[in-house]
Design a protein around this ligand. Structure first.
Ligand code: SIN
Length: 539
């Protein structure tokens, strides 16, 4: 069988480049992998945009790790497992929490902006953590501080070739092995075959499947979709995490108001001014995200409202301004005063717990292909990610990938430059720009209407039909990144819906109103998809 590509055949022979390792994506996972791999190997880091245009850059809360005397990896393990609602892979979680503290300490050495008091890191509280353990930088600017420090380390100290504005369209395979990726230069319009012994996907998430998301415009699920087309297994796709406190009625990407605010004591209120999480969970506003979101949906339905409130007006204003400069300023620009106003908020799509299934070394099921960060499904998040475990996952598993590369590359005898690749046949048709834009609107509306915080069979069937109809209405893609993104989003969305239909229970971030209970006997399993198994398999 000829494997599916998005790539259109080109009239001219594509250029070729050769590397030991290519890293696709420039968030914390990609930068960590590139900096580490370049100590030994010839590395390129490819970004479809500019380096800073990532979800990492927007991250506010921080990085969770057992860094204080009152904390331990065991406690962090237990919190992660509890939040994950029975589906975390324990070995992966154990690695995350045990290797995490050392990785975060290394990061603080290159990123001087981590917040400290008397020399010690200041640790914040967030939902479902039993102790304060969130290291943060620049108050609520952790992502941008960390990403800038890593980018600087990459640019100054290593030999990574950085390729910005280069859209990776497809992975290259030979004999069931990944041997690089083909990219489209967005400035010149030319394709390049980037051959590499090992390829690291660090392309982030897929929040753009929804019209309401905190994710940047670039989060279009490219890595998940291209890995799937190349034959890798993807899994846990139904577990799309909604964050409780997106700013209501904001323009997409929706401004996120960090959970760390609730960690400092902010309340969630309904329209009667009641703290509705009291009595719902022992940690009230700091319960796990899935439980908070579920109760928010219930409250909004009961009150017939589309939003609730985040209230920090009882907290010290000077503290709020110093600890949350990004949130304070951004809200001010949008017409709200964090110190004096109740802020309207609603749940918003924030994070994909599923993705490219990997083992504990970040290896996907396709030899030569690794995945790290949000694109990956290492199993550490289970059905619901613990707050601020995501940056940590990227750090820890990219470090493990770097260590594994030495073994993998060393074991490869055949040079990739000698291998044949099986590229697609005749040139494709291409879609009109307005049809692609309309297709994106249709997809996002279908998903938010039918596959949002609460799902049911009827809505999921409607969504699946609509997504297939949209797919069938499109011509095969030409050489346009918007078309590639739409196709990638369709692949991700269809698998979210298929998995959500199969999982006839409510667990973690997946809520079915027609199956409201958790069903361990039937569903304490992962749902995986691969090309040979498009309808999904319990594993
Ligand atoms: C936040 O700051 O609330 C987001 C942190 C996360 O997504 O874990």
């Amino acid at each position: 069988m000829t494997r599916p590509y998005l790539l259109a055949a080109t009239d001219t022979e594509p250029a070729k480049r050769f590397y030991d390792v290519i890293v696709i994506g420039s968030g914390i996972a990609g930068l960590t992998a590139a900096v580490g791999a370049a100590r030994k190997w010839k590395v390129a880091l490819i970004s479809k945009s500019v380096l800073r245009d990532t979800t990492t850059f927007l991250a506010q809360g921080g990085i969770a790790a057992a860094l204080s005397e009152q904390d331990s990896p065991q406690l962090h393990f237990e919190d992660t497992i509890r939040a994950g609602a029975g589906l975390c892979k324990e070995e992966a979680v154990s690695i995350l929490v045990n290797e995490g503290p050392a990785r975060v300490r290394e990061l603080t050495e290159i990123c001087p902006k981590f917040d400290r008091a008397g020399g010690d890191l200041v640790l914040g509280a967030e939902g479902a953590h039993s102790v304060p353990r969130i290291a943060h930088a620049g108050g609520d600017a952790t992502g941008s501080e960390v990403a800038s420090a890593l980018a600087q380390a990459m640019e100054s100290g290593s030999r990574v070739q950085v390729l910005e504005n280069e859209f990776v369209v497809d992975l290259l395979t030979n004999g069931g092995r990944c041997i690089g990726a083909v990219s489209l230069n967005l400035q010149t319009g030319t394709f390049t075959l980037n051959f590499a012994t090992a390829t690291v996907l660090a392309t982030g998430g897929s929040g753009q499947v929804y019209s309401l998301t905190t994710n940047p415009r670039v989060a279009t699920g490219d890595g998940m979709a291209m890995a799937y087309r190349a034959g890798a297994t993807i899994g846990d796709m139904e577990f799309v995490q909604f964050h409780p406190t997106g700013l209501y009625a904001d323009q997409s990407p929706i401004f996120l108001i960090t959970e760390a605010l609730r960690g400092e004591g902010a309340y969630l209120l309904n329209h009667l001014g009641e703290r509705f999480m009291m009595g719902v969970h022992p940690q009230a506003e700091l319960g796990p995200r899935d439980i908070v979101v579920k109760e928010m949906v219930r409250q909004m339905n009961e009150e017939g409202q589309e939003f609730l409130f985040l209230d920090a007006t009882h907290l010290d204003c000077a503290m709020l301004r110093e600890r949350f400069p990004t949130v304070y300023e951004t809200l001010r620009e949008k017409g709200y005063d964090l110190c004096n106003d109740r802020i309207p908020i609603a749940p918003v799509c924030h994070y994909m717990a599923g993705g490219v299934v990997t083992d504990i070394w970040g290896r996907s099921t396709l030899p030569g292909l690794y995945a790290s960060g949000e694109v990956a499904c290492t199993g550490v998040h289970g059905a619901n990610r613990l707050a601020s475990n995501s940056l940590l996952e990227g750090l820890v598993f990219s470090d493990r990938i770097v260590r594994d590369l030495d073994k993998y590359i060393g074991s490869m005898e055949e040079e990739v430059r000698r291998l044949q690749i099986d590229l697609p046949g005749p040139a494709r048709q291409g879609n009109k720009h307005e049809d692609v834009a309309e297709g994106l609107r249709r997809l996002q509306k279908t998903m938010i209407t039918n596959v949002g915080t609460v799902r049911n069979e009827q809505g999921l069937i409607t969504a699946l039909k609509e997504l297939h109809a949209l797919h069938n209405s499109l011509k095969s893609p030409g050489a346009d990144p918007d078309e590639y993104e739409l196709y990638n989003l369709l692949t991700v969305a269809i698998h979210i819906v298929k998995a959500a239909l199969l999982r006839q229970e409510s667990r973690g971030a997946h809520l079915r109103e027609d199956f409201p209970e958790i069903d361990d006997a039937g569903w304490k399993h992962h749902i995986n998809f691969r090309l040979q198994n498009e309808e999904g398999k319990k594993e």
